[in-house]
Write a protein that binds this ligand. Structure first.
Ligand SMILES: [Zn+2]
Length: 660
């Protein structure tokens, strides 16, 4: 008989349980759904990298009046309607590389049975009572409002007309938990985040807390979970929905499993549903004698091109379209890079395009492709061996930065500061790009005596890229996999563990690289705003009457200077002009567009050397045709007859920034 040797361990494995809200199955998935779910995915992937056993739960909310009505309109039963609608969510999550461990549907028996068990336990605990309820009811929102809350006969939330309803219902004694909840929030600064939201909830709890109506008469609503002890009622959808956070990990079904995952580490929610989570959910948990989740994080909302997103405006952002156009990873990157998590933000295709071209295609994509090209060209397509004797100070700086990044990422991830994590990662990308320029491998390659140094430089670049692939994996998983395998690193990303695998020097020499297609092929910008029409700028009069004004002939007025439109440009492609030794044809990204420029710099720079450089472009220079090629703008350089040095920047600046 085969005996399996088991390592006995008493140490509890570190676990991480993260949830998204369950999405209303009637909705068409939009950017808001994608945002929460991508953020949860980033956290889950990151924790897995850190060795946590992770449970990532998302799903759909399938009961309620609106589902019942929509099904009736389509002439099918509500379950069939839900089965049809849930597909859009499942497909989107697969398209966006969402790595959820489970998917809950509130019509799933795993869930419905637990909701009934929860109601039984609340009943047994004596926290439910029946009372006749009179109030104003908003049908689309499925909630009651008090007399004071209703605004001129309309719902204070959605503005639609409310109706007066009087009926008997089950109530949960939520009011009894107000003080305990306030105390919990005060004692646990991490419970509600960010801080502003925590203060809002505390403000809400300064007012008296009412009891919560948790049932709906079956006569009015049949599409819900039946009350286990009263066949005339179904469960209020919010109570039904919130219970998913405990039903799926096993509450009332599998106590051992439940203990392993509960309390959740973080419930991610949009700010509009924070109160229901912070107040309804917390007090229900208290009544059940369960611990509260460690953190409720409420993120902000997206506007679109500065406007509120709405169906009537027709500006709802379809994540499928964005992922289709820019790629899943670029869309994921943009969502988390553009706006600090927790704040409101604005989505625009243009902003996505700019980040795509400058940060993904240019900074990261070029670093990767030029490093691999040089390894292909100079070391036979194999990862070279670093040579200790050829070490230089900037090698140590690069290695130290890669190591330090790990600590910064860990700190900022724990704060949900995704945009900072990405910014820090890009600091290393920038450093590596500068390292290429400073060490000029193409120069080293010219002299056989520099081969050892060349190999060290290329190794350092490859190793930096490998470490970047690990740090980027939670955000842009597919790209990270491609980077790692391109570098000949064979450990699959889901087996990679930090910090074990992202220490400096883990990349083995001798491995064959695979260049593959570009990580982020450049995309053409949209048509640019109209440029000054050539010829509309009057040529200056032949003789400027400067002397007569008493101004030094060598000075110009500030107004004259301001007429120059100087822009930061990034060289995104460069090639020689055939038959002209001095000329390079460049594509220069200036943020809003890419300009073709012919520059007389070929005596000083090869196309390889200047690719990715930031330059200063005179953007409003009259277009000219040089050797049959149109040139729109001029780049600034030092040198009398021959170019000696391009004017560039010490810090990294986004293309399109004005120089003044
Ligand atoms: Zn309403």
């Amino acid at each position: 008989m085969k005996t399996v040797k088991r390592k006995k361990t008493t140490q509890k494995r570190r676990t991480f349980y993260v949830t998204t809200p369950i999405y209303y199955v009637n909705d068409v998935p939009h950017i808001g759904h994608a945002y929460t779910t991508v953020a949860a995915d980033v956290l889950a992937r990151y924790k897995r990298l850190r060795g946590y056993e992770t449970f990532f739960l998302t799903g759909t909310d399938e009961h309620g009046q609106k589902v019942q009505q929509a099904a009736a309109r389509n002439g099918i039963d509500p379950q069939a309607h839900a089965d049809r609608m849930v597909v859009a969510f499942r497909e989107l999550w697969s398209r966006l590389s969402i790595s959820n461990d489970d998917f809950v549907r509130t019509t799933d028996p795993r869930h419905t049975g637990v909701v009934q068990e929860v109601l039984r336990r609340l009943q047994a605990a004596g926290v439910l009572y029946t009372a006749s309820y009179e109030g104003w009811y908003c049908l689309p929102d499925e909630r009651f409002w008090t007399e004071e809350e209703v605004r001129e006969g309309r719902c204070p939330e959605c503005g639609r007309p409310v109706e007066h309803i009087s009926e008997s219902n089950y109530f949960f004694k939520m009011s009894a938990y107000r003080d305990r909840l306030r105390q919990h929030i005060r004692r646990h600064p991490d419970f509600i985040r960010p801080e502003t939201r925590r203060n809002e909830v505390l403000g809400f709890l300064d007012r008296p807390l009412e009891d919560l109506c948790i049932s709906r008469p079956r006569a009015r609503l049949s599409w819900g979970i039946p009350f286990p002890f009263d066949k005339d009622y179904v469960t209020y959808v919010w109570v039904d929905a919130l219970v998913n956070y405990i039903s799926i990990p096993g509450y009332g079904r599998d106590e051992r499993r439940f203990k392993k995952w509960w309390p959740a580490d973080v419930h991610l929610v949009g700010k509009d549903i924070l109160t229901t989570h912070a107040v309804y959910w917390s007090t229900l948990l208290m009544a059940l004698g369960l611990a509260l989740p460690k953190t409720l994080f409420a993120h902000g909302w997206w506007t679109v091109d500065g406007e509120k997103m709405s169906k009537s405006r027709g500006n709802v952002v379809d994540p499928n379209t964005m992922a289709g156009e820019f790629g899943t990873d670029a869309f994921r990157y943009f969502l988390l890079r553009e706006v600090p998590f927790g704040q409101d933000g604005d989505f625009s295709r243009k902003a996505l395009m700019i980040r795509y071209n400058s940060e993904l295609a240019n900074d990261l994509g070029n670093l990767f492709s030029r490093t691999l090209s040089m390894i292909e060209r100079y070391t036979g397509g194999r990862i070279p061996k670093p040579n200790a004797r050829t070490q230089k100070a900037d090698d140590r700086v690069l290695a130290a930065s890669a190591r330090a990044l790990d600590r910064t990422v860990a700190r900022e991830m724990d704060r949900f500061s995704f945009h900072r994590v990405l910014r820090e990662i890009w600091t290393l990308v920038d450093k590596a790009n500068r390292y290429v320029d400073q060490n000029a491998p193409w120069e080293l390659a010219k002299d056989g005596r520099n081969i050892a140094r060349l190999e060290t430089v290329l190794y350092n670049l490859a190793e930096t890229l490998r470490i970047l692939s690990v740090q980027l994996y939670p955000f842009i998983p597919e790209t990270a996999e491609r980077m790692a395998s391109g570098l000949g690193w064979t450990t699959p990303m889901d087996r990679v563990r930090m910090p074990r695998d992202n220490g400096w020097g883990k990349l083995k020499s001798g491995r064959t690289i695979q260049k593959g297609r570009a990580l982020f092929p450049r995309m053409e910008n949209e048509p640019s705003p109209p440029q000054p029409v050539p010829g509309s700028q009057k040529t200056p009069p032949k003789e400027m009457p400067m002397e007569s004004t008493g101004i030094e002939p060598s000075t110009i007025s500030i107004d004259a200077f301001r007429k120059l439109d100087l822009r930061v440009g990034r060289i995104v492609s460069a090639e020689k002009v055939t038959g002209a030794d001095k000329l390079l044809k460049l594509a220069v990204d200036i943020g809003s567009e890419t300009r073709q420029v012919v520059a007389g710099i070929a005596t000083k720079y090869t196309p390889d050397e200047i690719l990715g450089r930031s330059v200063i472009l005179v953007a409003n220079l009259k277009p000219a045709v040089i050797r049959g090629i149109e040139s729109r703008g001029m780049i600034l350089a030092a040198g009398e007859k021959e170019v000696e040095a391009l004017a560039t920047f010490i810090e990294s600046v986004p293309p399109g920034s004005r120089v003044k």
